[in-house]
Design a protein around this ligand. Sequence first.
Ligand code: OAD
Length: 259
Amino acid sequence: MPLHLDTATTHLVLDMAHGSALSFLKEKLATAKAITVLTGAGISADSGVPTFRGNDGLWRTYRAEDLATPEAFERDPRLVWEWYNWRRELIAMKQPNAAHTAVVELERRCQAFWLITQNVDGLHRAAGSRKLSEIHGNIWMVRCTRCGVVEDNRDVPIGILPFCHHCKSLLRPHIVWFGESLFAGEVEQCSTVLQRCDVLLVIGTSGTVYPAAGFASMAKNAGAFVVEINLDPTPQSTLVDVSLQGRANDIVPLLLEPL
Ligand code: OAD
């Protein structure tokens, strides 16, 4: 499990088994006044939720253009709902893992904590995270295409096609699709917590979808110490301070163990 430690003046390649490297990171987290965490599909991979771009990733089998754009929903809402129903059924059987739980523990320990997740699976909430932005939405919420009301809906599967109780118009998944902007206020909230944090943990994201792909450099430019945890190198690996390669489920809990 290699650990690459880059700072302005040093470039160290250490091993996670190297006690001093681990102690250094644990201390960074323990003494940070403000911590922000950014997560992607990789944190839920150990719970059995498919990622998007890995070998078994959803976008290897399905075309995002057919299922995750406003145009796709306009063209064939039934098909889009069938796909989200299939994902709801799959996710309904999954449980948060040790990495989700460790993120909850970080929230408990640190006063100025915020979690930004790109995941729509709801597993962070299920684990107990409360200070969070689900910037791509939540698969367990629906939104009216006309009046815009957002509601929780845990039906599995949800009725095809579902309609709004208030105005009887078609409901859509409360998900940010390709070509759509983040929900109002989210960009500001994210930039606030990225610019104020002492430490940013970037866990299990390929770092290819904006705006989240720009968050590591935003925090780094504002002076944060940035740690990436991922099975593989990403486009951000060279700009972060520490890149830990391995499973989120194994590594994140280690960072919280007593010094
Ligand atoms: P991706 O599927 O693009 O990337 C998942 C990342 O997690 C990859 O870099 C993997 O190497 C890493 N990974 C896989 N298993 C891991 C594990 N057990 N521990 C640690 N890392 C692991 O997922 P995202 O980056 O989240 O958007 O994708 C971003 C967005 O693209 C998603 O939110 C989704 C998608 O299209 C929407 O659906 C709107």
